[in-house]
Design a protein around this ligand. Sequence first.
Ligand code: URA
Length: 200
Amino acid sequence: MDLQEMFESMKDCDCCELSKSRTRVVFGCGNPEAEIFFVGEAPGFHEDKQGEPFVGPAGQLLDQLLNSISLRRKDVYITNTVKCRPPGNRDPQPEEIAACRQYLRFQIEHIKPRLICALGNHATKTLLATSTGITALHGKKFTRDGVVYVPLYHPAAALHKPPLKSDLIADFEKLSAYLSEIAKTDPPQRERAPEQLGLF
Ligand code: URA
């Protein structure tokens, strides 16, 4: 099954409460062979209407950050920990993240990115199974079974708190260096599914 087939099979998903209030499932967008994969928190108002992740103000900042390291949206893959908008943009609940994890796993398994960026606390906790907050972790790299994970501040947080924006810009510069290091190494031999590797 490829990404499009998976989307077709889950676009009426009712695995959690979020299905009751969403307009559209926001599966993900970008390059199905991307080396770099971004995971946000959850679709917001604009994403829910358009069916594409990061198309509102936070998405505009994400696009600028990508451009700052000579990447475009079509070079990377972008998705969220949950694929449906939480009502009123509340935080996704642990049971909603757990119900949606199957789709995130599928995307990672299928795309096989070399660098996974977790945008904000929810994505970081989901991907790295850590209780340490983003303030301590942002910009650092964690290698698990040959895949590099980098927690980053969420672009929406940077829009609300300008000091975080300079950290986010600096962390994006580090991504370029991490990508150059990765390019010198062979891709990991991943014969087992991410959950068996203990990735998340
Ligand atoms: N914030 C997110 O975490 N994801 C989106 O898709 C949009 C805003």
